[in-house]
Design a protein around this ligand. Sequence first.
Ligand code: PRP
Ligand code: ZN
Length: 292
Amino acid sequence: MTERIRIALQKKGRLQQSCEQIFKNCGLSYNVGERQLYYSISEMPIDLLFVRDDDIPSLVSQGTCDFGIVGLNTFEEEKYENKDNFNASIFAHLGISKCRLSVAIPEAMNFGSLSDLNGLTIATTYPNIVKNFLKQNNIKASTVLMNGSVEISPSLKLADIIADIVSSGATLKQNNLKEIITILESEAVLINNNNINGEKRDIANRLMVRMNSAISVTSKKYVVLNAPKDKVDEIVKILPGSESPSMLPLANKDMISIHAICTETMFWDVMEKLKRLGASSIAVLPIEKMLD
Ligand code: PRP
Ligand code: ZN
């Protein structure tokens, strides 16, 4: 009997959308209703199980699923949580859903060095990662668990500061918070149960070949922004992966519109730099198909 592998995927959320797109680009479409929790792929010996993302590491660790796709942040948190009997590892880094787990404080709060965090309370969805970070840096601060909307905690006086996932930084800004330290750089990872056999590993390797090429397409974005004319060279230089962007004139003669196809990887990191160079109205749009 030939083996099949079972992969745990996020049921809903940002990673779910990326996974669906990537599987589709791999020629492994699945079209599941909101309540459908299981799907058998016919093109490859793969079964998908749709679950909450924070359940994925333990389902893989226990062996209920052979593999899972999850954010490194969630994987690390669960690894600390179950440290004595955690039986899963990273099989591959996928290079998508890049984000970071950062400490952020109210805009009005002064920050000089890490020791300023002593005595504060930190709201977070990732208490184990945060506690480990505090311990390593010899900081005495306490954590308050919040499973979502963490950014609201300081204004509700539930905590002094937060440690949460930052992608574009828009949520922090909306909540008058500023990022001060990155604790963990995260991205989506394929994880495996440590006891899977060679045949299952082979199937996952075959899947990774398809995924890697699918990811390189999905990770391209169409970026449109307005730039001050005298900063065009500098701006083009920092746009990731754009070879020769198009330039269109704008009604405002000092500004120019730049259109470029960029790799999403690293894009959020350069967002702040772009803004500092005077870029505005930065839009990042998905690309459906592309021929190089
Ligand atoms: C995530 C994360 C941040 C936000 C970061 O929350 O917890 O709040 O996205 O993204 P940004 O930097 O691009 O604004 P999510 O939207 O998943 O909601 P939740 O906090 O309720 O889980
Ligand atoms: Zn959030």
